[in-house]
Design a protein around this ligand. Structure first.
Ligand code: C2E
Ligand code: CA
Ligand code: CA
Length: 788
């Protein structure tokens, strides 16, 4: 099984559960709906069937009652008159309109009891009537030949035209009639015969005779014997079975139910009626089908009515409804299942996507450590608890030294490897609650929550440094790096994330500056300490409001021991704090837009002072310090040109000192500005030389005339051979490039002498003169020579 199939199966296992439940539920509900629909359909049809059965029985009952009533009417005319002629009988039948009112009655008539003794007289009378008025009757010819004690002869029957074969028949010869006659005679009630075959036209049909006894008037009829003695004959109605039942059924117009009528039992009795044998075949396969058997009492005989629903009885659409419900329900279930699966998959994908996004938002993709945002959020959560006696936590800011070099020399891939390896090395040093984050570049942050004391943070910092200093193997090259770690404590140094992070940052710079590995935050060393932050807000006023002033420090020509120039150094005469040194406010000025006006003010003040000295016949040059931000200001050269012109000064008396680091930030732009300043005739010097990494080759491209060697080299020059060698070779190379070399921070005569020996051109330092206000330095300059 491939990985996709495994993942799919795992997904279905988890997310598929609700979907499968929905499917199962839908199938169960469909099955239940199917079951109930089925039952409802069956109940509905059963009801329909039962109604049809009941209606048939009611109709049959009404019909039989109507026949009985009709026969009573027929009997009444014989009771009323001794001798009813054929004509009278026909008139009666026509008046009652039996044929139309009862279509299934195919004849009514009279059966006369004729005793053997009466036979001859009776025949004669009949013949006489026939002779006088036959009325459509045939002659009496079919009289039974054999001699019996009595005969029951059909004497009258109407309509005679269709019933001629009945006329004159002795019904005693018909067993079915005999049985019914005896019943009617004995009970005095109408009786119905078993079916009798009769010929109708050229067809044989099944007929039923309903017989009503006629007794001799005035006889006692209470007992069977009395009734037997008094019997005179019967009136009868001939019913065709097919038309009797068919008429009822036809009226009900219900061909969808089969009716079979038996005289007697279903199996043994005779079939009186079957409404359609062709349709009958249809119901055999019909399932479910309904059957019902009803016993019907008719004139002393028992009929058995057998109803069966035919296939067509069952509504095809209604029958398919339950199945349709089942199928639709199941299909719906499957659709829901698929929709559910699709939705779950969608939700799953979205969840995964969100998780990935969340991970990306809070993690560093390279080292897989959490990022700056996450660390800030954690700091905030930790500090938001507003605990009155919070536990001490430490924030360690780790900054790698020399990382940029590795990136530049070995390539980014190696740099990335180093960072990844470092993350892996540091992880085992962490306690479970510690949060190690990559803040960006070569900076890492470690939050240690709930530490015992500051020593614990220091010990961790040392262990981290040990790990960092252990060589890294990068593509077969062993590389060694170092780091500086700043430590800030919560709540001692800050109670919010931003402050604590800044304190750790300050501590890290202290560690870096002092080459100490790690350092704890110290507010007195913080350029952003509250006092400094207040100063920043006041600096704008200082620049515009005359609180700034310039001190000057002479530069001494080593060969002639003469002052050749002065360097202007800014001071802030603060109304409350007194004199503030540039180290405390210049960095703030440099990071604000004030820097342009500040520098222009310094240049103008220095230029004004320089012109004053020139007027007093003191031919000094004045040097001003230009910050890195000024070199990014393309308007500066024009502004300087305007100043020089306004004061009618010579550009040659102005020198500008630019630190090495200022040049490195954006060399192209710096070069453009410097070239234009040089074009004005302003002299340019590189300040603090040796602290940056600029090569002499780079300096060669610059339009500079002077190099100022940083005081850190000069201070060690007499003790440290290394420093002496560096200064010596720097002077030699600078001279090669035609540059003047100035040594900064000369404090001792030994330093001065050594510098003189190795050919340094000029020197500047406390040994000769501390920076002083112009007024105090005047006399010094007039003398033209330094004290030493
Ligand atoms: P920098 O340009 O290197 O100036 C020389 C610094 O060394 C001055 O410090 C000076 O007082 C000090 N110094 C001179 N001789 C000795 C010595 O023998 N021993 C010791 N230990 N120090 C000596 P300062 O005046 O505090 O100025 C510090 C820095 O502030 C300057 O360093 C310069 O970078 C900056 N700065 C001063 N004024 C200005 C200014 O007007 N504009 C700009 N952009 N920066 C200025
Ligand atoms: Ca300087
Ligand atoms: Ca300097």
């Amino acid at each position: 099984m491939d990985i996709r199939a495994i993942r799919e199966r795992a997904f279905l296992n988890r997310a598929g559960l609700p979907a499968y439940s929905v499917l199962l539920l839908a199938l169960i509900l469909s099955a239940i709906a199917w079951y109930f629909a089925q039952r409802t359909v069956v109940a509905h049809e059963r009801n329909h069937f039962n109604r049809a059965v009941t209606q048939t029985i009611i109709a049959l009952n009404l019909r039989m009652e109507a026949y009985t009533t009709t026969l009573h009417g027929v009997a009444a005319i014989f009771a009323a008159s001794e001798n009813v002629t054929r004509r009278e009988f026909r008139t009666f039948v026509e008046t009652v309109d039996i044929e139309r009112r009862h279509p299934s009655i195919h004849g009514v008539g009279l059966i006369r009891r004729v005793r053997a003794a009466e036979r001859a007289g009776y025949l004669a009378a009949m013949r006489a009537e026939h002779g006088a008025n036959p009325c459509g009757y045939p002659d009496v010819s079919v009289f039974p030949k054999e001699i019996r004690t009595e005969y029951y002869l059909i004497e009258l029957v109407e309509p005679i035209l269709v019933n001629r074969e009945l006329f004159g028949r002795d019904v005693l010869t018909e067993p079915a009639c005999l049985e019914a006659m005896e019943r009617a005679r004995d009970s005095g009630e109408p009786a119905v015969t078993a079916p009798v075959r009769v010929v109708r036209g050229d067809q044989e049909r099944l007929a039923l005779f309903m017989l009503m006894p006629l007794y001799v008037r005035g006889q006692a009829l209470e007992t069977v014997a009395g009734r037997r003695a008094a019997i005179e004959g019967f009136v009868f109605a001939q019913l065709l079975a097919e038309e009797l039942f068919g008429g009822i059924f036809g009226k009900l117009e219900n061909p969808r139910i089969d009716l079979e009528v038996f005289d007697g039992e279903i199996d043994t009795g005779r079939l009186l009626f079957d409404n359609d044998r062709v349709l009958h075949a249809l119901h055999s396969a019909g399932n479910p089908h309904f059957t019902q058997t009803v016993d019907f009492e008719a004139g002393g005989r028992r009929w058995r009515l057998h109803f069966t629903s035919l296939k067509v009885f069952h509504d095809r659409w209604l029958a398919t409804l339950p199945l349709a419900i089942l199928l639709t329900g199941s299909a719906l279930g499957v659709v829901l299942f698929r929709v559910n699966i699709a939705q779950s998959r969608h939700a799953h994908e979205r969840q995964r996507h969100t998780t990935v996004l969340e991970y990306q938002a809070t993690h560093d993709s390279l080292t897989r450590l959490v990022n700056r945002d996450y660390l800030y959020a954690r700091l905030q959560v930790t500090f938001e608890q507003n605990d009155p006696r919070p536990r001490t936590s430490a924030l360690l800011l780790i900054d790698l030294d020399r990382f940029k070099e590795i990136n530049d020399t070995l390539g980014h891939q190696s740099g990335d490897r180093l960072l990844t390896d470092l993350g892996a090395r540091l992880r085992p040093l962490l306690r479970p609650d510690d949060v190690l984050a990559r803040l960006g570049g070569d900076e890492f942050g470690l939050l240690m929550q709930g530490i015992g004391d500051v020593h614990e943070a220091r010990r961790t910092a040392e262990r981290i440094l040990d790990e960092i200093r252990r060589p890294f193997e990068l593509d077969g090259i062993s590389v060694q790096i170092d780091a500086s770690i700043g430590i800030a404590l919560y709540p001692e140094h800050g109670r919010d994330a931003v402050t604590l992070m800044r304190c750790a940052d300050v501590a890290m710079y202290i560690a870096k500056r002092n080459n100490a590995g790690h350092a704890l935050y110290d507010s007195t060393l913080d350029p952003h300490s509250p006092r400094r932050l207040t100063l920043l807000s006041e600096i704008a006023r200082a620049v515009d409001g005359g609180e700034l002033l310039l001190y000057y420090q002479p530069k001494v020509d080593m060969q002639h021991r003469r002052i050749t120039g002065v360097e202007a150094l800014a001071r802030w005469d603060h109304p409350r704090s007194g004199l503030i040194l540039p180290g405390e406010f210049i960095p703030q000025v440099e990071t604000s837009p004030l820097v342009r006006n500040f520098t222009l003010w310094v240049i103008e003040a220095a230029l004004t002072q320089c012109l004053r000295w020139h007027e007093s016949a003191i031919p000094v040059q004045v040097a001003v310090n230009i910050s890195a931000r000024n070199l990014a200001d393309s308007e500066l050269p024009d502004r300087v040109a305007a100043l020089i012109e306004r004061h009618r000064a010579s550009a040659g008396c102005l020198e500008m000192e630019i630190t090495e680091s200022a040049l490195i930030a954006d060399p192209e732009r710096a070069l453009a500005v410097l070239t234009r300043l040089h074009g004005l005739g302003v002299r340019l010097a590189i300040d603090d030389f040796g602290t940056g990494y600029s090569s002499l080759a780079f300096l060669k491209k610059l339009p500079i005339s002077t190099l100022k060697i940083d005081s850190s080299f000069i201070s060690g020059i007499t003790e440290d051979d290394n420093d002496a060698v560096i200064v010596h070779s720097t002077i030699a190379l600078a001279h090669n490039l035609g540059l003047t070399v100035v040594a900064e921070g000369v404090e001792t005569t030994e330093q001065r002498d050594l510098l003189e020996i190795i050919g340094c051109d000029q020197a500047q330092g406390y040994l000769f003169c501390r920076p002083q206000p112009a007024s105090k330095i005047d006399a010094f300059l007039r003398r033209g020579l330094p004290v030493h």
